[in-house]
Write a protein that binds this ligand. Structure first.
Ligand code: FAD
Ligand code: EPU
Length: 341
């Protein structure tokens, strides 16, 4: 067995039978075929910043280290072809250093470029889908590569086709980004709204996003975590109207279909759960949506805490939170919502 410690950010004790860093597509196919022959479960990881290992993994963990960035341009756009193992934040920094704007709101999101489409990463008013041109996929069972357009990825809030139709046996090998040369700042979220639209540059937005994130979010090197533990819940207009009567200050984001997205962090905070601890797992003091490992948390501590948070929010608001984090059992992914119900 090999320790998974360097390969995931929650820092719970976990091991895998085998861990292989993948640097080439031929190697990926070979390792996959070998695991299939031995009937071994396989898990593909980028930087392990959105997973919780419930148990030791009984098979092979493949770590995405497919590197390389290509840059092309025409009169209107910059085009980046980014191999899946590239670090997302390094990509953001590199693009800005080349005077290519458009990724600054997505600064400091941990993980690999190839993982970005999986949950359609998003922050500060921008989602991966807003910059995505295409996603290259390898079908490991057929040994064939294909390209999906942005529309074919079926992106939604923390959603994509890679959580459904292409969840098993398909790997994102590269992403294509399309960034307009006529750069426009996106200033709709939080403190970014204080900037003057006509004067702000992408470096200032990058700096502000980094500063806000560093103040709110725990550094996984200090306290293990996987970012927001839960998704922000979307409820019906009728349910929202009832909640708003009782809680006039409830943060809310109306959706195009009439439903309303709530801030799960606010709901948890209202239950007075900041700092609440079970074993070595705690609700983060500065951002209630993040569960942290105070040092010696087990996966059971985190699951128990998540259950308590979910029950508390449901009892007060009749809203059931679902995990954003992917739960990995002995043989592969397990249903995270069931695990904390
Ligand atoms: P992993 O955790 O390694 O994998 C995540 C899932 O994707 C797993 O199910 C894995 O099997 C699958 N997968 C990985 N690579 C591939 C691939 N190439 N092809 C197919 N499937 C694959 N997320 C946001 O959206 N916004 C944020 O602001 C944000 N902030 C965060 C802050 C912190 C401190 C942390 C720890 C996490 C945060 N996250 C955020 C979550 C995380 O950064 C994203 O989900 C990120 O995309 C995960 O990348 P990864 O490489 O670590 O993926
Ligand atoms: N809030 C509280 N108390 C808290 C936390 C939040 O009252 O403890 C309130 C805030 O005051 C604000 C609202 O809740 O009114 C939203 O909070 P915040 O702006 O911090 O964002 P979030 O909804 O908690 C989401 C994403 C983050 C992303 C930020 C910024 C999800 C699940 N999370 O967090 O993504 O970085 O917005 O855009 O959508 C992640 O996915 O891992 C992640 C960190």
């Amino acid at each position: 067995m090999q320790s998974l410690k360097p390969f995931h950010t929650f820092a719970v004790p976990a091991q895998a039978k085998n861990i292989v860093e993948i640097t080439a597509l031929e190697q990926l196919q070979q390792v996959w075929d070998g695991c299939r022959q031995e009937n071994q479960p396989v898990l593909f990881l980028g930087q392990g910043s959105n997973v919780l290992f419930l148990k030791d993994f009984a098979g092979t963990v493949l770590i995405n280290r497919l590197m390389g960035i290509e840059h092309n341009e025409d009169e209107q756009f910059h085009y980046l072809h980014v191999n899946g193992g590239e670090n997302w934040h390094n990509l953001v920094e590199w693009s800005l250093s080349q005077s290519i704007g458009g990724l600054e709101n997505l600064a400091l999101i941990p993980g690999c470029a190839g993982s970005a489409p999986v949950q359609n990463i998003g922050a500060y008013g921008v989602e991966f889908k807003d910059v995505c041109d295409y996603v290259d996929v390898l079908d490991l069972n057929q040994g064939k590569q294909f390209r999906l357009t942005n529309a074919e990825c079926e992106f939604g809030y923390r959603e994509s086709v890679f959580k459904h139709k292409y969840a098993q046996g398909f790997i994102v090998t590269a992403v294509g980004l399309k960034l307009a040369k006529a750069w426009q700042p996106v200033l709709k979220y939080g403190t970014l709204a204080n900037f003057d639209k006509s004067a702000v540059g992408f470096q200032q937005i990058f700096d502000e996003v980094c500063a806000v994130r560093r103040a709110k979010l725990p550094d996984p090197k200090e306290f293990g975590n996987a970012g927001s533990f839960f998704k922000n819940p979307v409820i019906s207009a009728g349910h929202f109207a009832l909640l708003q009567q009782e809680y006039p200050n409830i943060p809310n984001f109306p959706q195009d279909d009439g439903s309303v997205k709530l801030a799960a962090g606010w709901l948890i905070d209202q239950c007075q759960l900041k700092g609440y601890q079970i074993g070595g797992a705690a609700v983060h003091q500065n951002q209630a949506l993040v569960l942290v490992n105070k040092g010696d948390a087990t996966a059971s501590d985190i699951v128990e805490l998540a259950h308590h948070v979910r029950q508390s929010v449901a009892a007060k608001f009749d809203v059931y939170l679902s995990p954003e984090v992917r739960f990995i059992g002995e043989l592969g992914e397990v249903n995270a919502e069931q695990a904390i119900s």
